[in-house]
Ligand binder design. Structure first.
Ligand code: 13P
Length: 256
């Protein structure tokens, strides 16, 4: 982390877990733990259905609400989709874009992800752009190329000003839900590479200010070490964010 130049952001990604009836207890527990001392930006990315109840439940706290996906289109005949304008109007602040589970299981391409990212920015919300390589790509020494391509195709054409509202999450696919975490050195190396790629596209000032999270089996036991790396500015937490106590412990690890 480097809190002088950029925000530390720890975000939970509930994925398709918990129920609307869990929102009240979860939010109450998290607010009790995290209500007063606020050491980093805390975000809970819930299924879209739970966004409004979660916003209500967290009212008065500094914990922000995000969701996990958005339509690439503005509005119209797109059955089942939810637009960025709808999310922003409801009060949602963050949207995860390009998660590997959506790339892999829902056929999301870099081009679709670029469109979604622009929708989120145009609606005044913050996209959390996920990038990361598979195990085959890492073993084939392609990790950096893959991540660079994902970044370039998502970010190409944005302005430096746009970039002030973009968060990047490095999530190696082999570390997601597997219990196998990237080592702090592996996480640092890629996050540093991501910052270098942003520098090439947008210049040093933008690169210095961009928040880069690590995601993939982050938990209370490994969070502090990962977050102590100079280019790791937060976390995107799956499994461990489902328990407010564990999620809080990770937030606490972001305290310098
Ligand atoms: P896990 O923390 O469960 O590995 O999930 C990481 C992730 O995909 C967050 O978006």
């Amino acid at each position: 982390m480097n809190t002088k130049y950029r925000k530390t952001i720890v975000a939970g990604n509930w994925k398709m877990n918990l129920l609307p009836s869990d929102v009240k207890n979860y939010s109450a527990a998290l607010m009790k733990l995290y209500g007063k001392n606020h050491f980093c930006e805390a975000v809970v990315c819930v299924p879209a259905l739970m966004a409004i109840p979660m916003l209500r439940a967290l009212r008065g706290s500094k914990i922000a609400v995000g969701v996990q996906d958005v339509s690439a289109e503005d509005s119209g005949a797109y059955t089942g989709e939810i637009s960025a304008a709808m999310l922003a109007d409801a009060g949602v602040k963050y949207v995860i874009v390009g998660h590997s589970e959506r790339r892999r299981m829902h056929g999301e391409t870099n081009a679709m992800i670029a469109k979604k990212l622009r929708q989120v920015l145009a609606a005044g919300m913050t996209p959390i752009l996920c990038v990361g390589e598979t195990l085959e790509e890492r073993d084939g020494e392609l990790a950096e190329d893959v991540v660079r391509l994902q970044l370039r195709s998502a970010l190409y054409g944005l302005t430096g000003l746009d970039m002030r509202h973009v968060v990047i999450a490095y999530e190696p696919v082999w570390a997601i839900g597997t219990g196998r975490t990237a080592t702090p050195a592996e996480a640092q190396q890629m996050c540093e590479g991501i910052r270098a790629a942003v520098r090439k596209l947008f210049g040093a000032r933008v690169a210095r200010a961009v928040t880069i999270q690590y995601g993939g089996s982050m938990n209370p036991a490994n969070a502090a070490q990962l977050l102590s790396q100079p280019d790791v500015d937060g976390g995107l937490i799956g499994g461990a964010s489902l328990d407010p106590e564990k999620f809080y412990q990770i937030l606490e690890a972001a305290k310098e």
